[in-house]
Ligand binder design. Structure first.
Ligand code: CS2
Ligand code: MG
Length: 402
């Protein structure tokens, strides 16, 4: 089998997506996601200008050699643009392999280790009461795990809170909006929020929370300690992760489990975090981490240190990545949990798929390959529009992490 053509599709059914379609001389094609929120065209150009010319003519079954060729052959290594482009190729080739062999991709990754994949949904609200109402809605929908975020008294905006009745979508068209932040207000509020959630919903519901890279290690240690009695499933992105050693400070003070990695593009970004057991869940996902070929290696390394996966699954990862993640989650032994921010109807129509949600779990479907497709005619109706993630400033105007 030979790759005869590959092309990048950019569409925007409510938000931007970049998809690679790889075609072969046997009429089988595969899809890969290359979406990088706020920097989509950088990946599209990397694929079109630098990658596609090198893969045409190759055998799509040679996933390992093609991955090494694109990773080592670029000379300039790692980073979200490069690894999202490599992931788009890698996932498309595994999709082709599954289709050619007439089997779902999870069977190429070790077969089923579990039937359903435990997922968590996003409950949020402008204040504690509305956040609790949204938790109740998720429980009614059957979720066994819910991430809880709420507005913070004393500051106008904050991460993770939907504007109005719509779903939370961080990327905004036009130039970056500016959010405001106060760690002091946040640290006073967060423990009270979770006390109310446990009071209302009891101990069984898995609760998660995203600090979104905003604390220093010792501030995160304080929060982890104050949340301990609420037994969170995890505290996510407690601090920025360039300094992996910063997590040692947090670990020394609290048993609240820690998840990190949605912004990682290589296992080397988590090497010390994993081998020192400074974290409990690795969030690096298939699209930004370099594809199945890279993530299988990363997950096997993590398994040696009791670290489980907790893949990022926000709306800015396309249904192609959701499908890929669910196949991976179904097969690997050290699976932890999968994030689920449902896409809007337009997106689901552009990317018809087999995966489905039932009673707090998700299932990848058992068709050959990934079980997701791209309706190119419909995709063409939604033209790309440049969009940015917000920037964030402390109350004194100092730029900080969003
Ligand atoms: C968040 C994301 O889902 C999460 O855990 O951190 O919503 C993140 O803000 C976006 O994916 C950024 O594009
Ligand atoms: Mg996050």
């Amino acid at each position: 089998m030979k790759i005869t053509k590959a092309a990048v599709n950019t569409t925007s059914p409510g938000r931007n997506f970049v998809t690679l379609k790889v075609e072969t001389d046997e009429g089988i094609y595969g899809l890969g996601d290359g979406t990088l929120n706020g920097r989509e065209l950088a990946v599209a150009s990397y694929l079109t200008e630098h990658v596609i010319p090198c893969i045409v003519g190759r055998d799509p079954f040679e996933t390992e050699d093609i991955w090494q060729y694109l990773y080592r052959g670029a000379y300039w290594r790692r980073g979200p643009v490069t690894m999202s482009a490599i992931a788009a190729v890698d996932v498309a080739l595994w999709d082709i392999k599954g289709k050619a062999l007439g089997t779902p991709v999870y069977n190429l990754l070790g077969g089923k280790s579990r039937d359903g994949v435990l997922v968590y949904g996003h409950a949020n609200g402008k204040d504690t009461e509305t956040a609790l109402e949204d938790v109740a809605r998720h429980v009614e929908q059957g979720f066994k795990a819910v991430r809880v975020q709420s507005g913070i008294p004393g500051i106008k905006t904050t991460y993770g809170i939907a504007k109005g009745a719509g779903r939370y979508e961080p990327a905004e068209r036009g130039l970056p909006s500016e959010a405001e932040w106060s760690t002091e207000h946040y640290l006073r509020h967060a423990p009270k929020l979770f006390e109310k959630v446990r009071e209302r919903f009891g101990e069984e519901l898995h609760l998660l929370h995203d600090c979104h890279h905003r604390l220093t290690p010792i501030e995160a240690a304080r929060l982890g300690k104050e949340l301990e009695s609420f037994h969170l499933f995890w505290m996510e992105d407690p601090t920025t992760a360039e300094l992996q050693e910063g997590f040692k400070v947090i670990r020394e003070h609290t048993t609240t489990p820690i998840a990190v990695g949605e912004v990682f593009s290589s296992v080397w970004d988590a090497h010390d975090l994993i081998r020192n057991q400074w974290i409990d869940y690795l969030r690096m996902t298939i699209v930004h981490g370099g594809g199945f070929t890279a993530l299988k290696k990363a997950a096997d390394f993590a398994a040696m240190y009791h670290v489980r996966t907790g893949f990022h699954g926000a709306t800015d990862l396309s249904p192609v990545t959701m499908a890929a993640a669910l196949h991976f989650d179904t097969a690997i032994h050290n699976f932890g949990i999968q994030e689920l921010m449902p896409h809007n109807e337009e997106t689901d129509a552009v990317f018809p798929h087999q995966y489905y949600f039932k009673d707090g779990m998700m299932y990848p479907g058992d068709g050959p390959g990934l079980g997701v497709d791209l309706d190119e005619k419909l995709a063409a109706k939604y033209e790309y529009q440049r969009a940015y993630l917000p920037v964030n400033r402390k109350l004194d105007g100092t730029l900080t992490d969003w």
